[in-house]
Design a protein around this ligand. Sequence first.
Ligand code: ZN
Length: 302
Amino acid sequence: MYITRMNYNTDEILTQIYKWMEDVERENPELVSSAVYGHTFEGKNIALLKFGLQNPEGKEKKVIWMDCGIHAREWIAPAFCQWFVKEIVTSYKTNKKLEQMLQNLDVYVTPVINVDGYMYTWVNTTTRIWRKSRSTPPSGNSCLGVDLNRNFNANWGTVGVSFDSCANTYCGKEAGSEPEATAVMDFVGKMVKQTLCFLTIHSAGQLILLPYGHPQISAPNYDELIQTQAQAATGLVSSASPSLTPLSCETKVSSATCCQRIRSSRPARRRTQERCPSSHMSTTKPLTVALSLVLLSLGSLW
Ligand SMILES: [Zn+2]
């Protein structure tokens, strides 16, 4: 159910991932379907897996979105999406809570969204730390790629971005200028009313970042997000190190394995807070943790 051994031939990387997606769909027809919902700058497919069971009462289902690999060099992110998929398809028949969730939610998972950039990182050691897409620069410039994470139509070009096409945080010529970002905006935009959660997985740091990453704008349900993410982070710590015993807050703050930073976008609060997990350490299952992470972003993306 995992891709347990990657073929390091660059041309084979995407083939292997998409073959794995086909296998997941074929082996779980009652649960899984797939779709190609866009194409990259280089013309490669952007594909997702959809997980959902029929609602017994025929009610309209809510939606959770998850994408991985928007920053090419963060290889753990696509691996996380694969693990997440594996956990769902191997657990839903025996985990009643998960079954009920899937009867009320459709979960959309894009294992690799920045396909061009991700494949480029596999070329050789000099390309390994490439982060952006691979689109051509504006006329008069020489550097390729856009930080797709900063190309969405959400306070585009305001904070935390560069307009220098050579910068790793280059946000593109305009909001949605990149086909990868547009593909997501179009797809999710059509079901925005049903969408409970939009989650994008990175692996650059041990952080849970809440919307909107803007110093003057925070999500309407900011307090709920803070509370929920703290629970999710606690579960994550306990799953990563199940033998951990609860420590005092002060001890956890000084421990890289026990403490997580919460980056706040609310001006009245500190930009970065230290939060410590509470004491329910060893009982949370990994999938519950992952779903908690998914659900922590309850609220509207757009
Ligand atoms: Zn990232």
